[in-house]
Design a protein around this ligand. Structure first.
Ligand code: CA
Length: 220
């Protein structure tokens, strides 16, 4: 039993949430608001948000990056875990989705920590590198278009300090990565990304089977 990760069915997941989830009321409210949206499956699970909050506090993080903000749940989770002088550069291309989260950020009192940049993330990250921010970030979360992951990962790694952690979402693609019949562009992109970082000796890795699979890559 202890040689495998147990598979978490609905009943066990509900138990897990019952005994461990501590969700800020504005996070809960934003999750409920996002659930009405047709793209709601793009939102991170609350237990994953809580894991990222703990990572941020364990890292003593002040400077964070997010690639793919969607309606702002993960950005709110990160901002709530940051100290008063912390900041999150949140990259997204959609004003329509991100503006859903802004009132929740404001009500939670953390909007001032979130620097939302509406542009292709590679442009935003390149601009950060160009102004000398290399090696000055503690934590990054990548949760955006899957074919873009290698580009986002490389740039985030440049921006991380030694010991900084990049968390990469949707590693499992709903199980598709291990399904020999699955060959969508996103599944293929994720398999390629996973193969790429497996042998990337600039980081140490751990793949956490939470949500849709979250790889933690720590810069060495
Ligand atoms: Ca995701």
């Amino acid at each position: 039993m202890s040689t495998h990760s147990i598979s978490v069915d609905e009943r066990l997941r509900n138990y897990m949430l019952d005994v461990s989830l501590r969700e800020h009321p504005e996070l809960r409210a934003l999750r409920d608001e996002t659930a009405k949206h047709e793209m709601a499956r793009m939102q991170v699970s609350p237990e994953q948000g809580q894991l990222m909050q703990m990572l941020i506090r364990m890292l003593g993080a002040t400077n964070c990056i997010e690639v793919g903000t969607f309606t702002g749940y993960s950005a709110l989770a990160v901002a709530l875990a940051l100290p008063d002088d912390g900041k999150l550069v949140a990259c997204d291309i959609s004003e329509e989705y991100t503006k859903i989260g802004i009132p929740f950020w404001e009500r939670a009192g953390v909007a001032g920590k979130i620097d939302l940049r509406i542009a292709p993330a590679t442009e935003t990250l390149d601009a950060m590198i160009a102004v000398g921010e290399t090696g000055s970030y503690d934590f990054a979360f990548i949760d955006a278009d899957k074919p873009g992951y290698p580009d986002y990962f490389d740039r985030c790694l440049t921006l991380m300090r030694i010991g900084g952690v990049i968390a990469v979402d949707n590693i499992f693609m709903g199980g598709g990565v291990a399904d020999p019949d699955a060959d969508s562009d996103n599944v293929v992109a994720m398999r390629n990304f996973n193969a790429l970082i497996k042998d990337d000796n600039r980081v140490e890795l751990s793949l956490i089977p939470i949500g849709d699979g979250l790889t933690l890559a720590r810069k060495v």
